[in-house]
Design a protein around this ligand. Structure first.
Ligand code: ADP
Ligand code: MG
Length: 372
């Protein structure tokens, strides 16, 4: 393939991690990771600070060595190769542009190192600059650009070499909210056009939900779930995932099953279920309904506070000793009293093992009653 052309897709490669581990001294950061980032997909790696996201990216890029296991990009084992031999380009949070060089030279730098002629460099940089809206800024120095423009230069520098793999480590976290939003849209658009295998680290769930073909959720260096944004949201594999995605997070309530019904800790029956033992029940704030039909099986909760956010309100209520949050769309009628009667469609309930926190799929499937 020649110069990057918006009409041409980069030859994407899949990235396979085969039992990859990383320790610093005796401290294990990533115990053993088996995962495949599919060719041409946009994968978002999401997880709390310190869970090993940057370490993972640096091992793929070759800036950190693996302690064990293999990294395969396309059909090549790369864990022992130099960074420049791996065909990856990386954009960091603190993208350091060369301050004394123009935008053109910043973008063209790697091409110069690679030995391309001036003419070839000009062609490639022009295409990339056009793609990123930087054509009018090529003669400026980084100091004369806005944060968003500098960010785009860093992306331009990464893609100009036509990498098979693009690695982003929290590239948007230094930008203000509006710019973050705009750059996010541009990145999604860019990915559609060039189609490189992209791995994008963030701790921002909105970025994850809107950009990803697939989300990898990491917890202490281990995979909690790896699935599409929809599946992650609607079928979280664990309480960790359920609470990580969604705002406000999913409500989690301790319940006990006697083989026919699940009860809250204060004894109120909350759902028919044939399981026995202690569990955690999950309900998303938007799935809680106010009972208006006088449903005898609705549960009683006491209002603690309301927050009006304009587009919607959040109502916090005490339900059997747990504060649950309920989102109500703007203009909808939240009952104006202190004792609420709440219900939830059975199919919107999630059940988790009380000890492991793992989801119990189909816990309510056998039950036919829809409300309780
Ligand atoms: P994340 O990017 O998810 O916030 P990192 O991958 O940066 O997390 O770090 C994961 C863990 O590894 C953290 O506990 C961090 O303190 C530790 N760590 C990172 N780099 C080093 C290092 N060079 N030496 C020792 N520990 C490190
Ligand atoms: Mg990091």
């Amino acid at each position: 393939m020649n110069a990057i052309d918006p009409a041409i897709h980069i030859a994407a490669a899949n990235i396979r991690l085969d039992g990859v581990s990383k320790s610093y001294g005796s401290v294990s950061i990533i115990p053993k990771l088996d995962v495949e980032f599919r060719a041409g997909e946009f994968t978002v790696v999401l997880g709390p600070s310190g869970c090993g996201k940057s370490t993972l990216m640096q091992m793929i890029a070759g800036l950190e060595r693996v302690s064990g296991g293999k990294i395969v990009i396309g059909d090549r084992e790369v864990q022992d190769l130099e960074p420049r031999e791996r065909g990856c380009a990386m954009v960091f949070q603190n993208y350091a542009l060369y301050p004394h060089m123009t935008v053109f030279d910043n973008i063209a730098y790697s091409l110069k190192i690679a030995g391309l002629t001036k003419g070839e460099r000009r062609v490639r940089v022009d295409v990339v600059a056009k793609m990123l809206g930087l054509t009018d800024y090529l003669d400026r120095k980084p100091g004369q650009l806005s944060g968003g423009q500098r960010q785009r230069v860093a992306i331009g520098r990464a893609i100009v070499r036509e990498p098979a793999v693009l690695l982003f480590d929290e590239p948007l976290s230094n930008l203000d909210a509006q710019l973050r939003h705009d750059t996010r849209i541009e990145l999604a658009d860019l990915h559609k056009r060039i189609g490189a295998t992209t791995v994008f680290v963030t701790h921002d769930q909105v970025e994850a939900m809107t950009l990803a073909d697939r989300i990898l959720i990491l917890n202490k260096g281990e995979v909690e779930q790896y699935d599409t944004p929809k599946a992650i949201y609607h079928r979280p594999a664990s309480i960790f995932v359920a609470r990580f995605i969604g705002s406000p997070p999913m409500n989690i309530l301790p319940v006990t099953g006697d083989g026919s019904v699940l009860r809250l800790s204060d004894g109120q029956p909350v759902a028919d279920c044939d399981l026995k033992g202690k569990f955690q029940l999950g309900i998303r704030p938007e799935d809680v309904l106010f009972d208006t039909a006088g449903n005898a099986s609705a549960v009683k909760a006491h209002v603690r506070y309301r927050e009006d956010l304009g587009s919607h309100s959040i109502l916090a209520a005490d339900l059997s000793g747990t504060t649950v949050r309920i989102t109500t769309p703007f203009g909808s009628q939240a009952p104006d009293r202190n004792v609420l009667l709440l219900t939830c469609p059975l199919l919107k309930l999630h059940l988790f093992d009380a000890v492991t926190g793992k989801a119990i799929p189909g816990a309510f499937a056998a039950t036919t009653k829809v409300m309780k």
